[in-house]
Design a protein around this ligand. Structure first.
Ligand code: NAP
Length: 346
């Protein structure tokens, strides 16, 4: 399987490391031999017809800041769209930043790949938040696989489990804590009595939040993931413009103390129900399975038969997100390449 990888940051680097670790298992168990033919970051690209070595890619990135500086294989300047068309790979993996201010860059990567007949895996949420119905249609039109399991829940297979629940049942509503940073801040405010600014400073210090944490605390990241859940699990043709959103920036301590007096905590909840899609701080009973601490994610599905199903797990991390990409690659290999495993495994 010939792969082009866009983005060589936390997730991209974790992916090439994971592919190395899993190489023998992938071949023995699935007959899958992934080859990294092209890797692109914001400053350049590395290309090799025979496959790029993960050790050389990582060493070059660490030493020079760009894979474009790679000896013999490097190309300075980033022309990702042209490269996608010219290099001739089977699969494009998109791991550039989820930038809602400029989603058209990643959208053009996905469109170029699909139009060239390539299968696509993305962990970039922005293209899906803005244009998921159109992208799903384009993938169908071009008969290519389109996977995005790392966009919600990182390594926790939220989308796969949730869409499985929707088969043979009806998911009436979803309530989701899908942003680890805000859950860390709210858990901290609840447990230590800190004010919002102090809890946010601690989140930045520990690396849970970016230096500019607006996407998290204003509910934008939750809204992007909620849009993906709505399309994938509930078949809604939604975009982020359909999400009624407020964050936790204006949340004061008194609101948490009030909630506590009613045996509740405050969580940033993404909600999909009959009245639409929303993101807002809501009270959750202390005893609810949605009351998860730290930076955990939790997604509650209200199923017509059987009632509530709750999925809990870590929702971020480079290695975790890389496992989601690998899951998607194996699915593409088995379903879109129609390649069945050589033998059954327990
Ligand atoms: N990290 C997580 O836990 C996690 C979990 C789930 C989903 N995600 C998603 O995964 C994606 C990657 O996250 P990350 O943590 O790996 O981010 P990151 O460390 O900031 O890496 C982003 C990479 O994209 C490259 N890039 C930026 N603009 C580009 C362009 N126009 N063309 C080609 N490459 C470009 C950057 O290049 P330079 O190296 O030159 O700057 C960098 O290598 C994001 O969309 C994020 O939302 C991340």
């Amino acid at each position: 399987m010939r792969i082009a990888l866009i983005g060589f940051g936390v997730v991209g680097k974790a992916l090439v490391e994971l592919l190395d670790v899993q190489r023998e298992v992938l071949l023995a168990r699935h007959g899958l031999n992934p080859k990294m033919i092209a890797v692109i970051d914001s400053r350049g690209a590395a290309i090799s017809e025979h496959g790029l070595s993960s050790g050389e890619l990582l060493a070059c990135k660490n030493a020079h800041g760009s894979v474009g500086s790679m000896r013999d294989h490097g190309q300075l300047g980033n022309h990702a769209d042209r490269l996608i068309r010219d290099v001739g790979c089977d699969v494009l993996i998109e791991t550039s930043p989820s930038d809602l201010h400029r989603p058209e860059i990643a959208i053009s990567h996905l469109r170029a790949a699909m139009s060239a007949g390539m299968h696509v895996v993305t962990v970039n949420k922005a293209p899906l938040a803005v244009a998921m119905p159109a992208l799903l249609e384009l993938a169908r039109y071009n008969r290519v696989g389109f996977r995005f399991s790392g966009t919600v829940g990182a390594g926790t297979p939220v989308l796969a489990l949730a869409s499985r629940c929707a088969q043979g049942n009806h998911v009436r509503a979803v309530r989701a804590i899908i942003n680890g940073t805000t859950n860390f801040i709210l858990s901290r405010m609840t447990e230590t009595g800190e004010r919002f600014d102090d809890a946010l400073a601690e989140a930045v210090r520990l690396g849970y939040a970016e230096t500019d944490p607006s996407n998290d605390i204003d509910g934008v990241d939750t809204a992007m993931k909620l849009t993906i859940l709505a399309n994938h699990v509930m078949g809604r043709r939604a975009t982020i413009a359909d999400v009624n959103r407020s964050g936790i920036r204006a949340l004061d301590r008194e609101r948490l103390d009030d909630a506590r007096s009613r045996n509740c905590v405050i969580k940033l909840i993404g909600r999909i129900d009959d009245s639409g899609l929303s993101v807002a701080a809501e009270e959750v009973p202390l005893a609810s399975p949605l009351n998860v601490g730290g930076s955990l994610n939790a997604i509650a599905l209200d199923c017509a038969v059987g009632g509530e199903v709750v999925i809990v797990g870590r929702g971020a991390g480079g290695p975790e997100t890389a496992t989601a990409i690998l899951r998607d690659l194996i699915d593409i290999w088995q379903i879109d390449f129609n390649h069945q495993p050589a033998k059954a495994h327990p």
